[in-house]
Design a protein around this ligand. Structure first.
Ligand code: TRP
Length: 334
C-alpha cells in the first residue's frame, strides 16, 4: 500500500441476497475510489451473527460477497479484501472500545431500535454493541474516509465520538474518520413501492433486482415496475417510480437525469422500462460472468483470502498494540 494515499475503509454484510441497490449505491462507487485511496473492503461476518444465521449459508454468502468484490473490480493487490473474522484485532479492539462507549449512546441508535423491534425474541448484547464493533473496524486502520449510506451515518458519528473521547484521554491514537457521501450516491428504491429503499429483505420478489437475477427475470421485473398515470418521463419527486428508473439508468450509464429526460421525451413508459431493463442487464450480466469465472478458480480466491487477511492483520495489529499499551495492558515478552 502506498504511503502517500489516504486510507478508506468500508464493509458489507453477507446476509440476504445483494441487490442492484447495493451495487449501484455502494460497490460501484468503491471501485471508482480504489485508485485514489488505500482501501480496506471487509466482509463483516462478525456483524452478521447479531441476527441468527444458518452457518453453512453464512459461510457461502460471505465467500460470494468476497468474490463479488473481486468481480466488481476491486484489486486485491492494491487494496485489502478480507473477512472480518480472519482479523482478531476487530473483536479485541471492540472490547476495549466497549469500555469507552456509554449505554445511553447505544440506546439512541436507530438501527438498534429498529432491529430489536424486528427481532424481539433475540435482542442480544451483540446487537446492542454492534456500532462499537463497527467503530473498531474503522479505527483499526486509521481510516481517513468511510463511504457509508445515510442509514449508517449515526454509527459513523458515534465512531468519531468514541475516537475523540479516547484521544482526549490518551493522546492522538486514532485518526478521526470522515464520512464519504458519494457524488452519484444513487439511492435505489423498490420497483414496487418507489418511496421505500430497495431492500435485500423485501418480501415481494418483484420489488428488488438481485445481483444474480438472470436477464429474463430482470426484464420481467422492470416490465412490472410501478410508474404512474402522468405519462411523462420527468425527474421529479411527484413521480417517484419514474424518478427511480431515471436514477437507475443514470447510475448505469453515467448520463445526467436532465439528459435522460430529453432522451425519452415523448416516449411511453413501456419503452422506457424496457430500455432501463436492458441497460441493467448489460451491467449485471458481465458482472455475473466475472463472478462465475473467479469463483471457478478456487486456488486464486483462497490465495486472495490468505494474503489479504495477512495484510489486514499487519495493519490492524499495529493500531491494536498501541491501544493496548495506552490502556495499560502488560507488554508482550518476545
Ligand atoms: N454496518 C454496516 C452496514 O450494515 C456495515 C459495516 C460494518 C461497515 N462495519 C463497517 C460499513 C465499517 C462501513 C465501515 O451497512
Amino acid at each position: 500500500m502506498e504511503d502517500s494515499k489516504k486510507t478508506l475503509f468500508s464493509g458489507m454484510q453477507a446476509t440476504g441476497n445483494l441487490t442492484l441497490g447495493n451495487y449501484l449505491g455502494a460497490l460501484k462507487n468503491w471501485v471508482a475510489l480504489s485508485d485514489e485511496y488505500n482501501c480496506f473492503y471487509c466482509v463483516v461476518d462478525e456483524h452478521s451473527i447479531t441476527v441468527r444465521q444458518d452457518p453453512a449459508e453464512l459461510r457461502n454468502r460471505a465467500r460470494k460477497l468476497l468474490t463479488l468484490y473481486l468481480a466488481a473490480g476491486l484489486d486485491p493487490e492494491k487494496n485489502c479484501i478480507y473477512y472480518q473474522s480472519h482479523v482478531s484485532a476487530h473483536a479485541e479492539l471492540a472490547w476495549i472500545l466497549n469500555c469507552f462507549t456509554y449505554m445511553g449512546e447505544l440506546q439512541r441508535m436507530t438501527q438498534f431500535k429498529d432491529k430489536s423491534a424486528k427481532h424481539a425474541d433475540n435482542i442480544n448484547a451483540g446487537l446492542f454493541t454492534y456500532p462499537v464493533l463497527m467503530a473498531a473496524d474503522i479505527l483499526l486502520f486509521q481510516s481517513d474516509v468511510v463511504p457509508v449510506g445515510i442509514d449508517q451515518m449515526q454509527h459513523l458519528e458515534l465512531t468519531r465520538d468514541i475516537a475523540q473521547r479516547f484521544n482526549g484521554i490518551y493522546g492522538d491514537v486514532f485518526k478521526i474518520p470522515e464520512a464519504y457521501i458519494g457524488k452519484s450516491g444513487a439511492k435505489i428504491m423498490s420497483l414496487q413501492e418507489p418511496t421505500k429503499k430497495m431492500s435485500k429483505s423485501d418480501e415481494n420478489p418483484n420489488a428488488s433486482i438481485y445481483l444474480l437475477d438472470d436477464p429474463d427475470t430482470i426484464m420481467r421485473k422492470f416490465k412490472r415496475a410501478v410508474t404512474d398515470s402522468e405519462g411523462t418521463i420527468l425527474y421529479r419527486d411527484e413521480q417517484p417510480g419514474v424518478k427511480n428508473l431515471i436514477d437507475i439508468y443514470s447510475a448505469c450509464t453515467g448520463k445526467a437525469p436532465a439528459d435522460i429526460e430529453k432522451e425519452f421525451d415523448g416516449k411511453g413508459y413501456g419503452d422506457f422500462k424496457m430500455e432501463v431493463g436492458e441497460t441493467v442487464v448489460s451491467v449485471l450480466k458481465p458482472l455475473q460472468d466475472r463472478m462465475a469465472d473467479i469463483a471457478k478458480d478456487k486456488a486464486y480466491v483462497d490465495n486472495v483470502i490468505k494474503t489479504n487477511a495477512e495484510k489486514a492483520n499487519y495493519f490492524a495489529n499495529k493500531t491494536l498494540r498501541k491501544v493496548q499499551k495506552k490502556v495499560g495492558f502488560p507488554e508482550r515478552i518476545r
